[in-house]
Design a protein around this ligand. Sequence first.
Ligand SMILES: C[S@@+](CC[C@H](N)C(=O)[O-])C[C@H]1O[C@@H](n2cnc3c(N)ncnc32)[C@H](O)[C@@H]1O
Length: 249
Amino acid sequence: MNYEADRILNTYLLFHYGTREEILAGSSLEGIGAASFSDACFRFPVATVTDTFDLEKGPFSRALDLGCAVGRSSFELSKVAGEVIGIDFSQSFIEAAARLGMDQTLRYRRYSESHLGDDLFASVPADSIPERIRFQVGDAMNLPSDLGSFDLVHAANLLCRLSEPLRLLKRLPDLVKPGGQLVLATPATWLEEFTPTEYQPEGLTLDYLETQLSSDFDRQTVTELPFLIRDHQRKFQISTSQASLWIRR
Ligand SMILES: C[S@@+](CC[C@H](N)C(=O)[O-])C[C@H]1O[C@@H](n2cnc3c(N)ncnc32)[C@H](O)[C@@H]1O
């Protein structure tokens, strides 16, 4: 998949900033019971922050959002942390997230059929504090050595997009402060096109994470979070992501 393409950028802007009504508009899903889809399907990049971390322990000083895409979770983290760094491999995603933070709104395209669409506007989420966020292009498997450590580290739907997830997992003990919180959410859609088989977990992803992380982290809650991504009005992807919370010893 080419994340630089406009189409993917627009798809992610709708996924992160669209309302339920905007995402379902004109869709044929009503015929198969879309009205019964829970609201949780439409707030995934918020839920990976609010329904996973123990936010009662805040406010926090630093948060890191790895694979932040167009930034919705980073905006959510800015409500609870004084400094947020959002990192993504895609320059166009990072530019869109940064532009939204600066301009407060950002125009994007929603597709009705593959080649047709209309324009919508993403808005900076209410109560978020864009001035606290720095969006930067980077590689989660090769992060800058001077990034420092964080109270909250968030990586949603990133692991199974990495060619060598272990390179990120090995860096995590340095990135999370003692007592700090780590959320890893993954649908565990392991594909050879992203992760060569030899670098994929042999067994269940949660067992693999436990093996790799347990010398430095204690596992806490595990939550299944649903998400619905619209490609066009007749094509949607519905999945769940397994979100695990880990505390750095
Ligand atoms: C499936 S999307 C998930 C985005 C967002 N966290 C969410 O939950 O909606 C995966 C994201 O990871 C980014 N990505 C892929 N490989 C990366 C890498 N090596 N380092 C940083 N980001 C990466 C992609 O550009 C994309 O934005």
